[in-house]
Design a protein around this ligand. Structure first.
Ligand code: SAM
Ligand code: SF4
Length: 324
């Protein structure tokens, strides 16, 4: 089991499989994805060895992310390869949903059992303005399909943006009244690339928290092993609301995840200052023990928290490059 010096355990791996994305979300890739020359993302065999090592280190939940993970031609193959490992209880992915309606069944059949879909507005025009794509209805149809084909967990990610979508809570509440969807409000995070945007549009998640409390929603008690989201429920609603507030005081105490970039670097924190290359240890099956030792050793350097409040975003330029 991976345990750091603050007694946090890490059963959860976020694995980025590409930096490429077809959307141009204003806070992430406002000018769309531009080739960097580093499009040599982890291959299937490398992912297999990586997953094998992390399973032996106690990981049982993996999220495929990016960039847009479903852009990879071999996305279904990757899912199938990971899900055949009985130790992996949750195989999730985060997607902008552009292909979800078409492929939900295939991806569920491939063993993915949880999906987070980003949908920052339920107003089609706003959705278009934020993402650069007029596809809100398509994405919503994809969410319906994900529920229909039986994904165990369906979550919607909403990045809270001041003056843009911060008046939409009631629309999301209507949406989840009779559906088992969890909406996750994420506070806009500063990244290396987005300072001007961040200063203009960052809104504290208290804005949502206060409205939820006024409407009779109850904050759930946090259990050991819960991630950093704070969850709210209401007896009249089938769905739930989560708040992810990285600027809040105790955010990092619940950290339970490690990240791997699409080129195979281990990131101990989304906002950390180093990436630890693992790829050289993924080239043959006999490298598993040194790989595990390297991961163990590096975990000693995981800091107690990030320094975002001081404007230190580490080496992360935007979330698509690190894996969101
Ligand atoms: N392309 C996929 C998607 O958008 O769902 C997966 C990758 S994306 C980087 C993962 C999540 O990070 C999305 O929900 C996105 O809205 C969120 N995100 C990206 N940049 C962010 C930022 N600066 N602050 C907060 N959330 C951000
Ligand atoms: Fe693409 Fe996701 Fe970033 Fe939007 S948030 S630009 S969909 S990687």
């Amino acid at each position: 089991m991976l345990v750091d010096k603050f007694d946090r355990t890490f059963p959860y791996l976020r694995l980025s499989i590409t930096e490429i994305c077809n959307f141009s979300c204003q806070y992430c890739l406002p000018d769309g994805y531009k080739k960097t020359g580093n499009e040599n993302f982890l291959r299937l065999d490398e992912i297999d060895r990586l997953v094998d090592a992390f399973i032996e280190l106690g990981v049982w939940k993996i999220r495929l992310t990016g960039g847009e993970p479903t852009i990879r031609q071999d996305f279904t193959k990757i899912a199938r390869m990971i899900s055949k490992r009985p130790e992996i209880k949750t195989l999730a992915f985060t997607t902008n949903g552009y292909k979800l309606k078409e492929h939900a069944q295939e991806w569920h059949d491939a063993g993915l059992n949880a999906v987070n879909i980003s949908i920052d507005s339920l107003n089609a025009k706003r959705f278009h303005d934020i993402t650069g794509h007029n596809r809100m209805n398509e994405v919503r149809a994809g969410i319906d399909k994900a529920l229909e084909v039986g994904f165990e967990k369906v979550k919607i990610n909403v990045v809270l943006l001041k003056g843009v979508n911060d008046d939409e809570l009631d629309l999301y509440l209507d949406y989840i009244k009779d559906t088992r969807i969890s909406v996750r409000y994420i506070e806009l995070m500063q990244t290396g690339d987005n300072l001007t945007y961040f200063n203009k549009f960052h809104q504290s998640a208290d804005h949502i928290r206060n409205q939820l409390l006024e409407r009779g929603w109850v904050e759930n008690l946090r259990a050991i092993g819960d991630g950093p989201a704070v969850n709210f429920t209401h007896p009249n609603y089938q769905g739930s609301i989560g708040i992810i507030a990285p600027y809040s005081k105790d955010f990092c105490t619940g950290c339970n995840r490690l990240r791997i970039t699409s080129s195979g670097d281990l990131r101990l924190c989304l906002f950390g200052n180093i990436g630890i290359p693992l790829r050289h240890q993924l080239q043959s099956d006999d490298q598993k023990e040194p790989l595990k030792a390297l991961i163990h050793k590096q975990l000693e350097y995981k800091a107690s928290s990030h320094f975002l409040a001081m404007g230190d975003t580490g080496i992360m330029t935007n979330l698509s490059s690190t894996g969101g």
